[in-house]
Design a protein around this ligand. Sequence first.
Ligand code: GDP
Length: 417
Amino acid sequence: KHEIEDAIDNLSQDLKGLMYPLGYSKSTRKTRDKEETIFCQRCYNLRYHNKIINSSWQDTLTLDKSFLQFLQKKQNSIILTVIDIFDFPGSLTKDLDQLIGRHHSNILIANKIDLLPKDIDPIRIKMWLKEHCSMYGLNNIQEIFLCSAKKNWNIKELCNEISRIRNYNDDIYLIGNTNVGKSELINSLLRTCAYHGGGNYKVTSSHIPGTTVNMFGLPLDLFNDALGKNVKGMIFNEKDDGRFLFDTPGIVGENQILSYLNQEELKMVIPQRNILPLTFEFKPGKSLLFGGLGRIDYKEGNKPIRITVFSKLISHITSIEKANDFYEQLSSCDENHFLEPPIGSIDRLKQFPRIIKCKRDLKVIGECHPKKSKCILDVVWGGIGWCSIGGVRDGESVIFDVWSPDGKGVYTRHVPL
Ligand code: GDP
């Protein structure tokens, strides 16, 4: 981008007119301290129109993790493993210790913390993250940071830690599944060092998964201030020359529900701001629907329980029989807007995978706890949201069926609170 900008600056006005149709576009919005920003068409469309040109995003996915194995051969790099707290452990790349080796310094960044309710206890969340990381093959974690790349929360603290553990000859690698916010995190680091000049640069972040198609490196001197070096002098340390922060393409799990959605539907599903939890009384024989993407049936139990939903989608409670009818009618009528996404014509509904049972007879037993109403289990539709099951009396058991498109992308987790 740098080189292209310089080249364009050197061109005469006439030639600039030729350059833009060739695939580079001017920003239509003027940034604070830059007159004009040049984007390639792909990034321009992502940034201003939220779409990928000439292909669906599903075509760009990297399903293979083998590109991470090159880290096995690297010595003493700093790995920033990013996860989406809204989709955990679904957004954690499995078996990372095995894939990249244990000889690096690994910091876990739980991003999008701004989406969670404000009263969470950071210490408990960190313990819970550590426990689940260990279950999924990641034990080599030096430190955990709860961050919001969007709001710059805890980014300075993260920089300080990187600065503390980093030797001058270490590269930094940002790894994680698609859509966890790696590009946004780079932008946040750059914003943090705006004072030093890094704020003039920006990488394209988008809600469309898989938009970082290749590994690319940003020279570390751009982040120098943010990484705590030469804050006063604002001159990057020569020893940092030739060292990079690498953004990697990210992995899309084959099991992700998001992979079924088109761009309009993704926009509808992926939360951009704090989700307000909604709590319902849930009676036996009832079914809770998350748009057309998820459903949980309270199949067996004696008493009403409590269910708290964290999702951007509209939740709807009905009887199990009616829920069956709703989905049967879906492919012949487009009036059930609370069952969106899928959005649109009957053709779209017909081609969309059917919602089927992915967990049958999920048994939840009430635990002895001073707070009787404690939530005990989350049922998570990866990337879409989750519901916390609570209010099950000590020793009593309740049974659920859980549904998702093609039976994909649902997992359960124990609640840390
Ligand atoms: P990448 O695929 O890992 O590079 O993810 P991106 O940086 O492109 O981000 C994916 C989506 O998550 C975009 O819609 C971002 O706006 C959103 N996002 C990234 N970081 C945050 C965050 O800290 N909070 C919230 N609410 N959204 C975020």
